[in-house]
Design a protein around this ligand. Sequence first.
Ligand code: ADP
Ligand code: MG
Length: 289
Amino acid sequence: MVKVIAFHSYKGGTGKTTLAVNLSAHLASRGYNILLIDMDVYAPSLYVYFNIQPKKWINDYLNDKITFSDSIYDFTHVLKEYKLGDKAKNPYGSLHAIFSNPSKQEITDLDSAVRKESSKSQSLKKMLFIKETRNTETDYDFIILDTSPGIRYWSINSLAISDEIVLSLKMDNIDIEGTKHMAMDVYGAFTSYGSKSYLLLNRIAGYCEPPSSSSSAGSSYEMNSPFNLILKEQTEAIKNLERLLKMDVIATLPCYCDIQFEKQEYLTVLNSPNHPFTQKINELSKKIE
Ligand SMILES: Nc1ncnc2c1ncn2[C@@H]1O[C@H](COP(=O)(O)OP(=O)(O)O)[C@@H](O)[C@H]1O
Ligand SMILES: [Mg+2]
């Protein structure tokens, strides 16, 4: 049965898109059939990562202009350009994606369409239909949703169809009150119906050592070096977050200063198979499987 995973956050810039695309490419390279959907309909960006100018969008499906399967693009050929392991033992899965239209008019249209009560139930039906994989050629193992931050109409609809919600937080910029409110009120409602939610702490300290800490206090291996004090404080902060938000941490990712998350960002896991970032995505994928 298909499992739907949503990447969500209270604030923007917490790594939702980076994680959603790389997890998708990673799972597909391990043999799973993946459908990745840009549900960040208020600020679409996924098409940029895939370096294409789509002609069909999730907007067209939600506005009843095309069928769901007509909105899907196939990127399995990109995976096949990477020679990963023994293909006979570990056959490639497939990677499909649906994009969201960045034009201002399309964003407004999608938003104004749902103001009417009748359209609201219609759009929820359309969202639920996404899980009906019988309606597509591929039998998907995972549908991964990249959502808009905060409590917004299309984010809530995305969370409503998700089996697992991953709430990402950027460690240096957390709005505790807002996040707590969202986790309790919104996630609480969905988890009481059986979905699971987890915290993902992104851009934590510990990978790239700040230059000042090593130069002023010698080696970072010294127990009380400024760098180690930051790490200690951070460990405490993570424990407090878990307690406060009543959610388990599914992954902690350092801020990586040495990899370029540029164009075609979703290929980082394939371009850098031995990088610690890829190991983290691998650990995350095992927990999600
Ligand atoms: N662990 C990380 N280390 C370094 N840079 C990161 C990390 N996670 C995300 N980024 C960068 O942070 C920025 C915001 O990430 P993005 O995935 O676009 O966030 P969101 O989708 O939540 O708005 C991007 O430039 C991305 O490359
Ligand atoms: Mg994003």
